[in-house]
Design a protein around this ligand. Structure first.
Ligand code: FES
Length: 610
């Protein structure tokens, strides 16, 4: 830690911090425009100028590291006057149409002009009015409101890692272009909106929110993105009970403000006219609107009649990995207590059940062993069965980011040439369905070259000698024949993974939805354990789950063989515990999986599905 003072206030901060970071962390709002947390520092706007006692002139606080005993002057008449001049110069080129600007009320330039008391702009630069870029369905670009702070350029390069927005020309001729000075829709833009979130003015805004409400009119609700399993934290901006726009929460532990196009802009389904908002009951072949009481009474009566007539196991329920923990808990309890059966399951069965089975056996839990942000701490990341930039775009961007900016080496094992193969140090292209063989091949090299973690194996694993007997059969030559992966590349990948201090494994449904899915997962777990890559930061075996609460739905027992917390329904002691808690007699029989339910329904054995 380093001790310094800012305007006489004593501050302790981390070594390596800048003066601006130290000030902002301690509630001292040094004006700034081009600085944005999470982006590299540009030092372009000069608004963050401060003085340091004993040094001549002013320095940009966003570029200057703190030092022990430093005495910083952040505000005095001379600094304020300089800042006023800078803002005036920015305003001299800026389109002053705040009345209809979407950023009115949350524009950082507007706030600074007000805070610095700029009541006139002495200069004016004649600039032609630029055309709006209206080509995207979700992002509106207004070059006339751009202040060239470069936050959009850096967020596009560093967060989204798309490199669509760039500076063109120099000096007073400088401007921002998309692609090769094209319309946004004609470029490689993925419309994640990272640039929109980073823009301090109204130059980049959410098109769908245009004229839908002012920032001060919005009710803000923090929640989790309803799409994939990344768990991005979002802030809904709601007016008149309608979602107008969505921001990524900068403190979100996984996404740190970043979102993909779905999370940021894909919320129109919430208010879609096709959604059912009133219960419907079919009468004489036609659906008719009904009250909730009427609908619930009818359903309850029919459930009871069918249960009496056909028995409890003729009823089944499908829960959802898009529902909350509370909803999943209640639903599985409802099926077990009211229906009297364990026929309850959900969509994890079809995507990652092999992950749950494999990782539970290997580690006792089907969850990621490490957190998403730990990818930043890894030295090597092995990615297989995951087209991450398409299916989990926020993690995809993070993987591209760590490969480009943090020197993390990616090993991508995928039959397809996906976007991540362009960032990979090694790309292994296996024949589809040969995953156990190439993973065993990697382990064969690691065992033969004694690159494994002996201490970890001794203290944390079992049956190493048995394991070795199998692995030694998978020579690189044999694996090349089975998988099509050249043995030279297999050996190179094995050495890279094993020699890394911290190596992480990422996988998804490209290897779990195979008949050998569970074996694929177990093999990856073996690989991680062989090199001691479990239980350490930046390592582990990390399944990228499909839905936003697939983990919670499993944890809360929306599964046919286990109660909440993976407690076996077939264990009499556990069953008695739940019978006491729920005050009901529970079935000792494991329920049907979703696939078995479908087959049973087509054979007429299941009469009720909910
Ligand atoms: Fe430091 Fe812009 S915030 S120069």
């Amino acid at each position: 830690m380093v001790s310094l003072t800012i305007d006489g206030k004593p501050i302790k901060t981390k070594k390596g911090s800048t003066i601006l970071e130290a000030a902002l962390d301690n509630g001292i709002e040094i004006p700034h425009l081009c600085y944005h947390k999470g982006l590299s520092v540009a030092g372009a706007c000069r608004l963050c100028l401060v003085k340091i006692k004993g040094r001549p002139g002013m320095v940009a606080s966003c570029l200057t590291e703190v030092a022990e005993g430093m005495e910083v002057i952040a505000f005095d008449e001379e600094i304020d006057e300089t800042r006023r001049l800078i803002v005036e110069l920015i305003l001299s080129e800026h389109k002053h149409d705040c009345l209809v600007c979407e950023k009115n009320g949350q524009c950082e330039l507007q706030d600074l002009a007000y805070r610095l008391g700029i009541d006139r702009v002495r200069f004016s630069v004649e600039k032609p009015n630029e055309e709006l870029d209206n080509s995207s369905e979700v992002i509106l670009r207004d070059p006339n409101r751009c202040i060239l702070c470069g936050r959009c350029v850096r967020s596009c390069a560093e967060i989204a890692v798309q490199d669509v927005l760039k500076f063109a020309n120099r000096g007073s001729e400088m401007f921002i272009i998309a692609g090769l000075n094209q319309l946004l829709a004609e470029t490689d833009c993925v419309f994640c909106g990272a640039c929109v979130q980073a823009c301090p003015t109204g130059s980049l805004t959410e098109k769908l929110a245009r004229f839908q409400g002012r920032s001060w009119e919005f009710r803000k609700v923090r929640t989790t993105c309803p799409y994939c399993g990344v768990g991005c934290q979002i802030e809904l901006n709601i007016k008149d009970d309608r979602i107008v726009k969505v921001y990524g929460v900068e403190e979100g532990p996984e996404n740190k403000g970043h979102l993909c196009v779905k999370g940021r802009f894909g919320f129109d389904f919430v208010h879609h006219e096709d959604r059912l908002t009133t219960p419907l009951i079919k009468r004489n072949g036609e659906f008719e609107e009904a009250s909730w009481d009427e609908a619930l009474d009818l359903v309850a009566t029919k459930f009871s009649q069918l249960k009496q007539k056909y028995g409890s196991d003729a009823l089944a329920g499908l829960s959802s990995a898009k529902c909350t923990n509370e909803e999943n808990y209640l639903f599985q309890k409802f099926v077990r207590v009211c229906f009297g059966t364990n026929n309850v399951d959900h969509c994890a069965r079809l995507c990652h059940s092999s992950t749950v089975a494999g990782l539970s056996r290997a580690f006792g839990s089907g969850a990621m062993t490490n957190s998403i942000r730990e990818f930043e701490k890894a030295d090597v990341i092995l990615i297989t069965g995951s087209n991450t930039t398409e299916n989990h775009p926020v993690i995809g961007s993070l993987l591209k980011h760590v490969a480009r900016y943090k020197g993390v080496k990616l090993i991508v094992v995928d039959p397809r040439e996906i976007e991540l193969t362009g960032y990979a140090t090694i790309w292994l292209r296996q024949r589809s369905g040969t995953d156990v063989a190439w993973i065993n091949g990697l382990m064969n090299v690691i065992v033969n070259e004694a690159l494994y973690d002996e201490e970890f194996i001794k203290s944390r694993t079992e049956n190493f000698e048995e394991f070795k007997k199998v692995i030694l059969k998978y020579t690189p030559d044999r694996v090349e024949k089975i998988t099509g992966i050249p043995k030279r590349k297999l050996i190179e990948a094995a050495r890279m993974y094993a020699r890394a201090k911290k190596a992480s494994i990422v996988f998804a449904m490209g290897i779990t939805q195979h008949i050998t899915g569970t074996d694929n997962v177990l093999s990856l777990a073996n690989l991680a354990m062989l090199c001691g890559n479990v239980g350490k930061e930046g390592t582990g075996v990390n399944p990228l789950r499909g839905q936003n609460n697939v983990q919670g739905a499993c944890d809360l027992g929306a599964l046919p063989d286990v109660y909440p917390g993976y407690q076996k329904v077939s264990d009499p002691k556990i069953r008695e515990k739940f019978e006491r808690a729920w005050r009901a007699k529970l079935s000792p029989k494991e329920g049907l999986t979703v696939v078995e339910m479908m087959n049973a329904a087509s054979e007429g054995r299941i009469k009720v599905f909910t």
